[in-house]
Design a protein around this ligand. Structure first.
Ligand code: FE
Ligand code: FE
Ligand code: FE
Length: 219
């Protein structure tokens, strides 16, 4: 592994990333920075979540994120490099958007739905980045780094799937009740799509798909 050289700083128009090694190190530093930002953002999301299941899910992922940062430190060690973050504008934007959304939402149920969507944007970003790092490490013959990335990726994927399941089965249907209460004509069109799960055909279809046990719990 060739360490990132700073010789390019001398030339005004030269660039820092010249090889796949450089790109790999940049990606690692980017994700290290991103994970640390996520660790800082999660306590606020835990506080804002009202659904007990969602709150617990965020708490679990905060603990996992701490472990992920530790795994990334181990990768730096394998590469004989100091753990160092490189500002990730993408995660800053995703977290900023989530924070802004949270400040605009009124109502616990809608807040939970918004939190899930914001959290999934974070997970999806992480998933793409870990995928790239695994591919690059493999191409560079640094397969010693791959298990750490794969362990982190597995946790991001599991979190994403848990969030999807929560949104579909528990939290979203509850948030949909409120707009449906308003009988105003103008609401009818805008809530038409969201009200769809209330149609009698869907519970039957869901029951068929998920088995009767889940359908009973849902009802
Ligand atoms: Fe993570
Ligand atoms: Fe990034
Ligand atoms: Fe994550």
């Amino acid at each position: 592994m060739v360490p990132l050289t700073k010789e390019s700083v001398v030339g005004f128009f030269t660039k820092d990333i010249k090889s796949l090694d450089d790109l790999f190190m940049h990606g690692l530093q980017d994700l290290y920075y991103a994970e640390k930002q996520i660790m800082k953002a999660l306590p606020d999301m835990i506080e804002k979540a009202t659904n007990a299941q969602l709150k617990a899910g965020f708490e679990k992922h905060l603990a996992e994120t701490e472990g992920q940062i530790e795994r990334l430190r181990q990768v730096f060690e394998l590469l004989d490099a100091d753990p160092k973050g490189d500002k990730c504008p993408a995660i800053e934007g995703i977290l900023k958007e989530g924070k802004e959304l949270m400040s605009e939402i009124e109502g616990d149920d809608v807040m939970d739905v918004g939190l899930i969507a914001a959290a999934q944007a974070v997970e999806h970003y992480e998933i793409t980045r870990y995928g790239a790092l695994i591919a690059w490490a493999t191409e560079l013959g640094r397969t010693d780094c791959v298990p750490a990335f794969k362990a982190n990726l597995a946790e991001e994927n599991a979190t994403d799937q848990t969030l999807t399941a929560m949104a579909e089965r528990r939290i979203n249907p509850k948030a949909q009740e409120k707009p449906a209460e308003k009988p105003a004509k103008s609401q009818a069109k805008s809530t038409a799509r969201r009200s769809k799960p209330k149609s009698p055909a869907r519970p039957a279809a869901k029951a068929k798909r998920n088995g009767t046990k889940k359908a009973r719990r849902r009802a």
